[in-house]
Write a protein that binds this ligand. Structure first.
Ligand SMILES: *[C@@H]1O[C@H](CO)[C@@H](O)[C@H](O)[C@H]1NC(C)=O
Ligand SMILES: *[C@@H]1O[C@H](CO)[C@@H](O)[C@H](O)[C@H]1NC(C)=O
Ligand SMILES: *[C@@H]1O[C@H](CO)[C@@H](O)[C@H](O)[C@H]1NC(C)=O
Length: 487
């Protein structure tokens, strides 16, 4: 054990050394680049060189964007009835911090995301529409009706399904996918409980004889459920969908539980056993063979356990509001299931042309998804150089590492709404660098004046000039309407 630790430590040290070498090399080449740039600024240089410089700058901008704007989107599910896209989080955070992926689920009216469990916990945010979530929670099937604005947690290893219950409405869900509990590096895995030809059920991994014994039905009969599903992970539940799932949904709650439990052996109890693996092949196997195993838990306890309720973001009053917008953050004090995932949630709405003042998250990295409108984001490296200055539009996904100063600015064309996850469920307490509630204002005094090399009076003039806090008016810094720019 100690050997293994030492080995891991060594590997980490080597990795860090490698990173340091690479970044030094980069810094050196950057310096060389800057010297060349200065030369090229001189007027006697030819147009061709200026062109070259322009190209290089463009390439650098693209590299920056690749780092902080998460564009690596993959369609992991695509069926007639819906789709799921996953935007992969920045792989570089894996060493020091848990990486998140961001999932986008779209489901057509009267569709079902068939029962499955994942090796990752999800925090889902129901952006539009209505849904019913079925979840095995402490040995019970909990069904929750969710509305727009609701947040809900689906723990790793818990079987769940999602039904679009909105009349004629498409369902839109955004979720965080926490890879820290995952099996593989930088991806997540679905285990479909149900399924058939497509998707393949985890049950298909057992030979027919074993399953037949486990289910106490004939192999022929079993065949019906093992190949029936062909429409993929998201299916319609009406007439043209497979019969079996519409039947499943008509079962009474108790029967559904039995049905699901026969398939998912391990009840998930995250409170007591958070660090233990939620499932294993042998447990799955045993439980299939000893179908009644799960019955015991309920008999002993007898009482009904209520599963967690969702939490609605749209009904919550903002933590901060002024003429220029509002913001709210939800941590585990507000909604306790977030504690188990150690994820926080926030929602910001800036009016046209307003700015979220430059700030720093001292405790967490931040992932953001633009819900509406457009704007820009500026991110600054710890050494005070610009890391990124980029336009954001609806659907953009960005990532801001812990400690990096940043700000967002709404375009003048309309309000700018963004939502996101922070990698800590503790109160985040962002530190503002500018504005009436900034740390500069709090630290104002002779020391700060000396530090800036100005008189106290001068410092006061500068720091007091901004009367607003947190969300600031910024017509000058706001990007113009995207359309007028021809983008
Ligand atoms: C600042 O840090 C970034 C990222 O580590 C690096 O790329 C850049 O070259 C640094 N700039 C200066 C002036 O040191
Ligand atoms: C299996 O099913 C038969 C009826 O088809 C029943 O008599 C028997 O008790 C069942 N066995 C188990 C272990 O449930
Ligand atoms: C954001 O603010 C705009 C007005 O500035 C408003 O129309 C919109 O409904 C707000 N969004 C949310 C989610 O409340």
């Amino acid at each position: 054990m100690a050997n293994l630790k030492a080995l891991l430590l060594l590997a980490l040290v080597l990795y860090c050394a490698m990173l340091a070498a690479v970044s030094q090399e980069k810094a050196r080449s950057r310096e060389r680049g800057e010297e060349e740039e200065e030369e090229e600024m001189e007027p006697w240089k030819t147009g061709k060189e200026a062109e070259e410089r322009g190209r290089r700058e463009k390439k650098e901008q693209e590299e920056q964007e690749l780092r902080f704007l998460l564009k690596d989107a993959r369609r992991v599910v695509s069926t007639e009835a819906g789709e799921m896209r996953v935007v992969r989080g920045y792989a570089g955070v894996a060493i020091t911090e848990k990486p998140l992926h961001i999932g986008f689920i779209t489901m057509e009216p009267r569709s079902l995301f068939i029962p499955q469990y994942l090796d990752s916990s999800l925090i889902i945010f129901l952006r539009r529409g209505e849904a019913k979530i079925g979840l095995i929670f402490k040995d019970e099937l909990v069904e929750r009706q969710l509305r727009a604005g609701d947040v809900y947690r689906l723990p790793a290893g818990s079987a769940f399904y999602i039904v679009n219950t909105g009349e004629g409405q498409r369902l839109h869900i955004i979720c965080s996918i926490d890879l820290s509990e995952g099996l593989g590096f930088n991806s997540f895995q679905s285990f479909f409980i149900a399924g058939g030809a497509n998707p393949t059920s985890v049950l298909a991994g057992f030979d027919p004889q074993t399953l037949s014994t486990a289910f106490n039905v004939s192999i022929d009969k079993l065949g019906e459920i093992m190949i029936g599903q062909q429409a993929g992970p998201i299916v319609y539940i009406d007439a043209h969908g497979p019969i079996i799932w519409s039947n499943f949904l008509k079962l009474k709650q108790q029967e559904k539980l039995q049905h699901l439990k026969r398939m998912v052996p391990v009840e998930v109890d995250n409170e007591e056993k958070q660090d233990q693996p939620k499932w294993s092949v042998s447990k799955l196997f045993n439980s299939l063979l000893l179908g009644e195993e799960n019955q015991k838990g309920r008999d002993q306890k007898g009482e009904r356990k209520a599963g967690p309720d969702p939490y609605n973001l749209y009904e919550r009053s903002p933590d901060f509001i002024n003429k220029y917008g509002w913001s709210l953050a939800v941590d585990h004090h507000d909604y306790s299931p977030l504690k188990k995932s150690d994820i926080g949630i926030y929602l910001v709405n800036l009016t046209a042309g307003s700015m979220m003042a430059p700030h720093v998250n001292p405790r967490a990295s931040e992932y953001g998804i633009v819900l509406k409108g457009s704007g820009t984001i500026h991110i600054v490296y710890p050494n005070g150089t610009s890391a990124l200055k980029a336009k954001l539009k609806e659907g953009s996904v960005f990532w801001v590492p812990r400690y990096f100063p940043f700000c967002q600015i709404a375009a003048r064309s309309g309000p700018f709404e963004f939502f996101g996850f922070t990698t800590s469920s503790h109160r985040n307490r962002p530190q503002f660098l500018v504005g009436a509630s900034s740390i500069l204002k709090t630290m104002r005094g002779p020391e700060l004046a000396v530090a800036f090399g100005v008189t106290e009076e001068r410092l006061r003039e500068i720091i007091d000039a901004q009367r607003e806090a947190i969300i600031l008016p910024s017509p000058a810094a706001a990007p113009p309407d995207e359309r007028r720019e021809g983008l």
